[in-house]
Ligand binder design. Structure first.
Ligand code: PMP
Ligand code: GLU
Length: 399
């Protein structure tokens, strides 16, 4: 057999998907495991959306559509962007594809030349680094710390920019940190991007999941020049509990959108037609169910954060958006827990799964091996029991 692609061979499998699959497999094998790895709402897709999908199938919307999505869907995306974010886009600016993950890939494909540098503030979702490498670019990570509330500063961004910098990938609110940038913080970052003429892939997929009455500011809303450089990534997965439908969308300058359209016409073709119809219903329909889910997430977040910060050995910041908590285990590093030396988050994840039957994602792949990610997109009952088990495993009197 000849050599395989060297780029492809270097790709690491997604830890988030792997940990979620592991928890599900263990459960199927009869283990009493509780999974906090899945980054997907535990709620069902709302009925009015499901029925729109069923109607589409019954009425034969089961054929090819334009590669970048139906006009109806693009209009629904424009409507939602205007309604929620006061952004003016036309259908020609919109590209729909099979999930926001694929939208990110297409966005990179449209702008990257081999050797270009892409700046990624970390901790960042595990897929960013891999995807940047997959398109032949160089990931340039900027470490942000808990003391900085895991936020990129304009100074750090400025210092990382070189002649090769093509783009910044900014996820707001962030998976895994849960942090949300304020308007002023975003504006300061945007000014640097405009000064150096670099693109911004603004992954805003969690924009509807904000807590404590916070305001979401879309990167593209920060001025005409910023909008021209911004490629918005969004989708229906998180806001409407539609992860399995696989529908994401992009809003970008028409020149960029047309390059993406040509690329898509030779790669995936259109996203699933019934999923497009269901997404039209999601985007155009009543938004109350989103608010119900958001409230449930907020309640769970409050509970999880309060309890976690009372358990000695671990701590966390209070997330402002999305549905993840980053648990800091710095105090446990170099100590033994239940006879196991903890050198990093992977050791703890391993131990907690083996001895506590709780599945978390170590943040090693996100860029910080002293943290583990809990998703609170699971029932309050699971959250309570998961934290009971954390208390139990860390209770020194039980060692
Ligand atoms: N961006 C971020 C930050 C995510 O956490 C996810 C979740 N998988 C995605 C994009 C992709 O979402 P999807 O492909 O389900 O639309
Ligand atoms: N974004 C989710 C997560 O971080 C879904 C899994 C994935 O695609 O990585 O868990």
């Amino acid at each position: 057999m000849k050599a395989l692609s060297t780029v492809a061979e270097k790709v690491h499998a997604s830890t988030t998907l792997a940990m979620d699959a592991l928890a599900k497999q263990m459960k199927a094998d009869g283990y009493d495991v509780i999974g906090f790895a899945a980054g997907e709402p535990d709620f069902p897709t709302p009925d009015y959306i499901k029925y729109a999908g069923i109607d589409a199938i019954v009425n034969n919307a089961t054929k090819y559509t334009p590669a970048t999505g139906t006009v109806e869907l693009k209009k629904a995306v424009c409507y939602r962007l205007k309604e929620d974010l006061d952004l003016d886009y036309q259908p020609e600016n919109i590209i729909c594809s099979s999930g926001a993950k694929h939208c990110l890939y297409i966005a990179l494909r449209a702008i990257i030349n081999p050797g270009d540098e892409v700046i990624i503030p970390t901790p960042a979702w595990v897929t960013y680094n891999e995807m940047v490498a997959m398109v032949g670019a160089v990931p340039v990570t900027i470490t942000t710390t808990e003391a900085e509330r895991f936020k990129l500063t304009p100074e750090k961004l400025e210092a990382a920019i070189t002649d090769q910098t093509k783009c910044l990938m900014l996820n707001n609110p962030s998976n895994p940190t849960g942090m949300l940038y304020t308007r002023d913080e975003l504006q300061a970052i945007a000014d640097v991007c405009v000064k150096h003429d670099i693109f911004v892939i603004a992954d805003e997929i969690y924009y509807k999941l904000l807590y404590d009455g916070r305001e979401f500011v879309s990167f593209a809303s920060l001025g005409e020049k910023v909008k021209e450089l911004t490629i918005i990534i969004n989708g229906v997965s998180k806001s409407y509990a539609m992860t399995g439908w696989r529908l994401g969308y992009i809003a970008a300058d028409k020149r960029i959108a047309s390059v993406m359209a040509r690329y898509l016409s030779h790669s995936t073709g259109n996203p699933s037609a019934p999923a497009q119809a269901a997404s039209v219903a999601a985007l155009n329909g009543p938004q109350e169910t989103v608010e119900e889910m958001r409230k449930a997430f907020e309640e769970r977040r409050n509970y999880m954060v309060e309890r976690m910060n009372k358990i000695s050995g671990v701590s966390c910041l209070k997330p402002e958006g999305a549905f993840y908590v980053m648990m800091n285990i710095t105090e446990l590093i170099g100590t033994e827990v239940r006879g196991t030396m903890i050198n990093n988050a992977d050791d703890f994840a391993d131990l907690f799964l083996r001895e506590g039957m709780v599945c978390l994602v170590p943040c090693t792949g996100f860029g910080d091996d002293k943290f583990l990610r809990w998703s609170y997109a699971t029932s309050m009952e699971n959250i309570k029991e998961g934290l009971n088990r954390l208390e139990h495993i860390l209770d020194v009197s039980l060692v």
